[in-house]
Design a binder for this molecule. Structure first.
Ligand SMILES: *Cc1c(COP(=O)(O)O)cnc(C)c1O
Length: 232
């Protein structure tokens, strides 16, 4: 078995055990392989070992990789910060965008989504840690943003995403992820949005995220090893 196949198996065990511990079906938890900084060959190996959904943060790097892998039926997710002058290629080349944090970006993605493609799946990125430096919209802005985004024609608001402040404190991990889930529950209850997606949990905190309801865990290091160059 390749290293990637072994790592996929290990992450699969972690996901299944975490699901079981919180009485969830592991089939409701998607494994999004975060391939940023990793070569196309690593994505190809991960596909051969059973993965189909890949997350990228840097547009040009993602487009280059997609080109090299266009013989494979991969599902691409954009998960990085979005500058408004980059929305067109994102709307054209991805199935999901997890990192929408303002209306202008959502409007541009909707306007630029090609009409022959299905609606772009969107998550709104929320800053649950409250640090001014972190990306994501503030919790107080979320209802108005969600309401406006659902009016746009060529995108489909699926749910929320967060990148909490990194911590080894398991209780703090749970608290951050629970906050995101509560925000989503609130939107569904008050605005009846039918959101079904919580994108939360990375290599070091996927157990806490699954316990709090994650439906996509975004895993880089635990699948592909340490990244080759700095990348936040
Ligand atoms: C890099 C990255 C990940 C993966 O992080 P790991 O700790 O390597 O699993 C997940 N989500 C986002 C948004 C990222 O930028």
């Amino acid at each position: 078995m390749s290293t990637i196949a072994i790592n996929i198996a290990k992450v699969g065990v972690r996901i299944r055990e975490a699901a079981q511990a919180s009485a969830r079906q592991s089939a409701t938890i998607g494994l999004l392989a975060v391939s940023k900084t990793k070569p196309a060959a690593a994505v190809r190996d991960a596909y051969a070992a059973g993965l189909s959904d890949f997350g990228e943060n840097y547009l040009q790097e993602a487009l280059d990789k997609q080109q090299l892998l266009n013989d494979l039926p991969l599902v691409w997710h954009f998960i990085g910060p979005i500058q408004s002058n980059k929305t067109k290629p994102i709307a054209e080349h991805f199935s999901w965008v997890h990192s929408v944090d303002r209306l202008k970006i959502a409007q541009r993605l909707s306007a630029q989504r090609p009409s022959d493609l299905p609606p772009l799946n969107i998550c709104l990125q929320v800053n649950v840690s409250g640090e001014a430096s972190k990306s994501g919209c503030a919790a107080e802005e979320l209802p108005a943003l969600a309401q406006a985004v659902t009016q746009l024609p060529n995108i489909r608001l699926r749910g929320l995403m967060t990148i909490p402040e990194p911590t080894e404190d398991v209780a703090a991990q749970h608290a951050a992820f629970a906050r995101l889930r509560n925000l989503q529950d609130g939107l569904n209850a008050e605005l009846n949005l039918g959101l079904d997606t919580l994108s939360m949990g990375m290599s070091h905190d996927l157990e806490a995220a699954i316990a709090e309801g994650a439906t996509w865990v975004r895993i880089g290091t635990a699948l592909f090893g340490a990244r080759d160059y700095p990348s936040t």
